[in-house]
Design a protein around this ligand. Structure first.
Ligand code: HMG
Ligand code: MG
Length: 298
């Protein structure tokens, strides 16, 4: 490994990405307990919800109540997904100190997911970032479909780098690269990340890999070799995107932490507590646990 990181920042996305795909509405108390348990396991960055249209994603319709009832711990960074100004205004009301805007490297996916073109999405984000900055709110950016699109197929790494650069130019402090449908493989992931490091510092690039074909850990390992050290993950491997047919869960946080522990790379996360959290939420929402580490320790 050329530049092994000593430490990895884990961004836990299960309360948002993990739950958004669940048909059965998960009650607010369970969502709040999930966030609390994740914090107890040592996770320090948690995407707690999304202020998106409740007509598009009914599961997250309780985002304002969730933020009102969330007890925010000082040492944990909480964030929420916002697609537009309305979402940001609600996030501000909810006391969020960080939000994430999201677009994609694929036109068709962007249309299906947020009902606009990539260019329109970037225009839409401009006032979002500006209002966020006025309120001392950090803005993260997501690029979806970085390793393939359910509607357009192959995606050119240069397109991913182009959109990533535009998000940084808007004022995002970090951009998360989403393999939304989990079709990526390690060498492709490296090629895509290398294209992005030509326009951005590796310290500001996150990996957000779904695990549809069981490739997410291999893809992460390949990107660690290039110095990547920010990883989005979801406990129990929950997740998926309602607008990306066939997309399964994110890489399970337990599996990422198990691998990094074994490599001597610090995450600050206690694997045992995290595994218990994964088992608890899987039982609570009646889902099979997709974490291999979680199953092995069951
Ligand atoms: P639209 O229908 O084009 O928007 O949706 P609109 O501006 O015409 O508004 C329509 C209605 O939505 C109006 O209400 C608005 O007030 C309301 P009505 O007058 O009909 O009663 N509305 C809102 N309500 C609450 N919060 C808001 C909001 N905005 C408008 N923020 C829109 C456009 C972007 C809103 C919609 O397409 C949307 O919410 N999309 C979100 C889809 C989504 O959440 N997808 C999953 C997350 S992305 C993902 O999973 C990928 C990621 O994980 C990375 C990866 O894996 O690649 C991030
Ligand atoms: Mg995702």
């Amino acid at each position: 490994m050329s530049k092994p990181p000593k430490q990895v920042k884990i961004v836990e996305v299960s309360p948002r990405d993990g739950l958004q795909n669940e048909k059965q509405v998960v009650d607010l108390a369970t969502k709040l307990e999930l966030i609390e348990r994740l914090g107890q396991s040592g996770v320090r960055n948690i995407e707690v919800t999304g202020f998106v249209s409740p007509k598009w994603v009914p599961q997250l319709a309780d985002s304002s109540q969730l933020c009102q009832q969330l007890s925010q711990h000082k040492d944990i960074h909480y964030s929420a997904l916002v697609p537009n100004l309305k979402g940001l205004e609600l996030a501000i009301e909810g006391g969020m100190k960080e939000v994430a805007v999201f677009t994609a490297a694929s036109e068709l996916f962007t249309k299906k997911n947020i009902n606009c073109t990539i260019e329109e999405s970037l225009v839409r984000f401009k006032p979002v970032v500006s209002l966020a900055k006025q309120n001392n709110i950090k803005v993260r950016g997501y690029v979806s479909c970085v390793l393939g699109c359910p509607y357009e197929g192959e995606i050119n790494p240069s397109k991913v780098a182009e959109i990533t650069e535009k998000l940084f130019a808007l004022g995002c402090y970090e951009v998360s690269l989403g393999d939304t449908i989990g079709t990526g493989t390690p060498l492709k992931a490296q090629k895509m990340l290398k294209a992005c490091t030509e326009i951005a510092d590796i310290d500001a690039l996150a990996l957000h890999f779904h695990n549809t074909y069981g490739q997410a850990l291999a893809n992460i390992y390949a990107c660690l070799e290039l110095g990547a050290h920010i990883i989005d993950a979801s406990v129990a491997g929950l997740g998926g995107c309602p607008y990306a047919k066939g997309a399964s869960g994110n890489v399970a946080t337990e599996d990422v932490v198990y691998m990094l522990d074994g490599m001597g790379i610090k995450t600050g996360v206690d694997l045992k507590t995290l595994i218990q959290t994964g088992k608890w939420i899987s039982q609570k929402i009646n889902k099979s646990n997709n974490s291999q580490a979680g199953k092995a320790k069951a």
